[in-house]
Design a protein around this ligand. Structure first.
Ligand SMILES: NC(=O)c1ccc[n+]([C@@H]2O[C@H](COP(=O)([O-])OP(=O)(O)OC[C@H]3O[C@@H](n4cnc5c(N)ncnc54)[C@H](OP(=O)(O)O)[C@@H]3O)[C@@H](O)[C@H]2O)c1
Length: 442
């Protein structure tokens, strides 16, 4: 292991900061898949970048089948990570994904003073603080514009553009698959299963879409955003994640009655000295930026004490869009005036309870007298006030959906009431509780 610090950006400064000749940053790409191939293509197709960025290596397992004729002959194709690192690249672009074995390779690159550019939210959620610390101690950087929001310049926007504010909340639609599914259900009155099947056929969802629709993908992105916005590290396990699987066509009918729709929301907000975060389906006003967000797009709103609300939106995924974010990170490294002056640390975050919120409660029951009174009694027992009761006509009595909205209440009190309500024998389906994020939150 090398103990010396060597950064690609060192070469721009001579003694006493005098400028010396800068050579192009030597770039190695790990992973020639959707994003990696798009990164290489931008580097090859933009000759004006040649003075600043030089692609030297492409690493992939079974690399022979990956070779592309449009990649210049000067680029080395390899399946040996040691060969890549021994070539002393200035920057390693990690676009493989996952935590192992990639985390070890990223650490080795940083240890020898190379900068790292990664699109890997899972690695950052698991090891972000340690990797940032390692980069800072080696006088180099790990950059990750592509890890959240694909091609949307969110990390740069928050880190640099909003640095003058004290941020209090970050909320967004960070998972394109879930948003595609929910926004299509809102328009078509279909249940989830056929929409998810179509999403797979159209390439919006993977064969196993669990990470997307159960919230792990958005949760990992939220960890990264919390690090950027608050310089605090929330563990993924600190973020409650609720699946969108339970949302039905009936929920959209009821949401519409309330002037709302349903989206998978990822939110983290400062609560005193701590932070509360969650990922899951929520009611949002139809006319809010979240309610209007369609298809696989991402949208994120950031709230600051001084500047109020700012929004970022655009293509949250896709090879070319994501590669733009990677290349922008590379250009930022190529333009850095000095090494080691942007090192940052994420301190451990204190987890806070959810703030009081109004909720949408959907029950599906076998109809019988006294059900509403029984539910109201359980809610009142926890000090929760009803706001409205909605029941649409046309449903069978054996599986009758109806909705109760309740005034702002603590989540713990609501969960206690729902546990008691859940013990009754009149349920045809488990009750569903969705936070209602009103205009000041969405
Ligand atoms: N795709 C997007 O729109 C998008 C957007 C934002 C962020 N990202 C992130 O970008 C990263 C890459 O995503 P992607 O969509 O480009 O994935 P991908 O298409 O699956 O590409 C990954 C590449 O890495 C190679 N690879 C996998 N495991 C390897 C190993 N152990 N050793 C050597 N090579 C290995 C794969 O080779 P094989 O061909 O053999 O599998 C493949 O060429 C992930 O962290 C992802 O979360 C992707």
């Amino acid at each position: 292991m090398s103990t010396t610090s060597r950064s690609p950006v060192d070469q721009s400064q001579g003694a006493k900061g005098a400028a010396v000749t800068r050579h192009p940053l030597r770039v190695a790409i790990l992973g020639f898949g959707t994003v990696g191939a798009s990164v290489a293509r931008i580097l090859v197709e933009r000759p004006e970048l040649a003075g600043r960025l030089e692609l030297t290596h492409i690493f992939n397992r079974d690399v022979a089948r990956k070779r592309a004729a449009w990649v210049p002959a000067s680029v080395q194709w390899t399946e040996d990570i040691s060969e890549v690192l021994a070539s002393k690249p200035d920057v390693v672009v990690e676009v493989i994904g996952g935590v192992d074995p990639v985390g070890g390779w990223v650490r080795r690159a940083l240890e020898q003073g190379a900068a790292v550019v990664t699109a890997n939210k899972m690695l950052l959620a698991a090891q972000g603080p340690a990797l940032l610390h390692l980069a800072a101690t080696r006088g180099t950087q790990i950059r990750f514009e592509a890890a959240v929001g694909g091609g949307v310049p969110l990390i740069h926007g928050v880190r640099e553009g909003l640095a003058g504010d004290v941020l209090t909340r970050v909320a967004g639609i960070l998972n394109g698959t879930s948003n595609y599914v929910l926004s299509r259900m809102a328009r078509s009155d279909e249940d989830m299963a056929p929409v998810l099947d179509d999403a797979r056929t159209l390439g919006y969802a993977e064969a196993d879409p669990s990470a997307d629709i159960d919230g792990d993908d958005a949760g990992a992105k939220l960890v990264v955003l919390a690090g950027i916005a608050f310089r605090r590290h929330l563990q993924l396990s600190d973020i409650p994640r609720r699946s969108i699987r339970q949302i039905s066509a009936a929920d959209f009918r009821y949401a519409r009655k309330l002037g709302c729709t349903i989206r998978q929301i990822a939110m983290v907000e400062a609560q005193g000295t701590g932070f509360h975060a969650f990922v899951g389906p929520a009611l949002v006003p139809t006319q809010s930026s979240f309610g209007r967000n369609e298809g696989a797009n991402n949208v994120v709103t950031i709230v600051g004490k001084y500047g109020g609300e700012s929004s970022f939106s655009g293509a949250g995924a896709g090879g070319p869009a994501t590669a733009v974010a990677v290349v922008s990170d590379l250009l930022a490294l190529a333009g850095q005036p000095r090494a080691g002056d942007v090192g940052e640390e994420w301190l451990p975050a204190i987890v806070a309870p959810a703030p009081a919120r109004p909720y949408y409660l959907r029950f599906v029951v076998q109809d019988a007298p006294g059900i509403l009174a029984s539910i109201a009694t359980s809610l009142a027992g926890q000090g929760i006030n009803l706001d409205a009761v909605l029941q649409e006509p046309g449903f069978a009595k054996e599986a009758l959906p109806f909705v109760i909205t309740v005034e702002a209440c603590e989540e713990a009190a609501l969960q206690a009431a729902l546990r008691e309500i859940g013990e009754a024998d009149f349920h045809a389906e488990l009750p569903l509780a969705l936070p209602m994020l009103w205009t000041d939150e969405s």
